[in-house]
Design a protein around this ligand. Structure first.
Ligand code: BDR
Ligand code: CA
Length: 305
């Protein structure tokens, strides 16, 4: 709860993506202890047209017609765009789950305007679960917005464990390290939910079957998407973010200063975390995976349909 007793307002910046889709389900669930004030799409797992379409179709499927969905950055700040990773997220990015796409008047590139509007109304928790391009652009175009961002709770990085794209880099950071550097350099409180914890939270077949067998519209859709998710580890990376917002007690971390390696080398896109009591990033390093999985399933199955 925020100080005045109202629910924290949250914007999720995503690139759906199967695990993004599960994260949106958790955030849209009636059990969520925060207000979802917007969803913004960014290029990452797939090009922007696809992630924007998926974000809109997911929010419509979840019945969240009141939550605005806006398109953000279509390409990284400096590096070449990364190719779509259909081999992990399926031909349409949702593990092959086909959803109706609602007509939408949302404009391309309107994500920054939307975030600024929400920030003008009071403190916001910004939750990027894709590359950090839109957030970096926001901070560059309107640096004063930093004072309205209560904190950034992001999925990305690998602090004390290997990367998942290269030996040292995690996908969301590697896909736009220059943007990540802007965000990590900003004077804003951050919680980094990286591979250190997310690789420990896998979706095993029994857990997926249970979602399906509940004969619940959201659960069946989640199971369909997860069966088309070929990440190897089956890690529920992005859902850790909305779970953390409600249950930080499932996690533990170390306060660090984090810098991003943007040099063309084998460490391109590495998130370098140095333990530092004055650092403005809490790097999560420990997690209770069973508790997180149980929370995700309970949230999904809490919806009325
Ligand atoms: C991150 O990369 C993407 O493929 C996932 O959606 C997640 O946000 C994990 O490295
Ligand atoms: Ca993602």
């Amino acid at each position: 709860m925020a100080e005045n007793g109202s629910r924290p307002r949250v914007i999720i910046d995503c690139d759906p993506g199967v695990d993004d889709a599960i994260a949106l389900m958790v955030a849209a669930a009636p059990t969520a202890g925060f207000e979802l004030a917007g969803v913004t799409a960014v290029a990452g797992n797939l090009p922007l047209d696809d992630t924007f379409r998926n974000a809109r179709s997911l929010m419509a499927f979840l019945g969240k017609h009141d939550v605005p969905v806006h398109a953000g950055a279509a390409r990284p700040l400096q590096r070449d765009p990364v190719p779509a990773i259909h081999h992990i997220h399926g031909w349409n990015g949702l593990g092959g789950l086909e959803l109706a796409v609602p007509a939408s008047s949302a404009r391309r590139g309107s994500a920054i305007d939307h975030i600024l509007e929400v920030c003008a109304e009071g403190p916001v928790t910004l939750c990027p679960i894709g590359p950090l391009t839109t957030v970096a652009r926001l901070l560059e175009e309107a640096p004063e917005v930093a004072s309205s961002i209560e904190r950034v709770v992001l999925m990305g990085g690998a602090a004390f464990v290997p990367g998942n794209v290269t030996d040292t880099a995690e996908f969301n950071i590697w896909a736009d390290p220059h943007a990540a550097a802007v965000v990590f350099d900003a004077q804003i409180e951050k919680v980094m939910i990286g591979l250190d914890v997310t690789m420990q939270v896998g979706a095993d077949p029994t857990w997926i079957d249970a979602l399906d067998e509940a004969k619940h519209r959201w659960g069946t859709a989640a199971a369909h998407m997860l069966r088309g998710y070929n990440s190897g580890s089956m890690a529920l990376h992005d859902p850790c973010v909305p779970v953390y917002l409600d249950r930080p007690d499932y996690f533990n971390g170390r306060r660090c200063s984090v810098s991003i390696d943007t040099e063309e080398s084998t460490r391109f896109g590495q998130s370098v975390a140095n333990p530092d009591p004055q650092g403005n990033t809490l790097v999560l390093t420990e997690v209770d995976p069973d508790a997180v999985r149980a929370h995700v399933a309970a949230a999904i199955l809490s919806a009325s349909g």
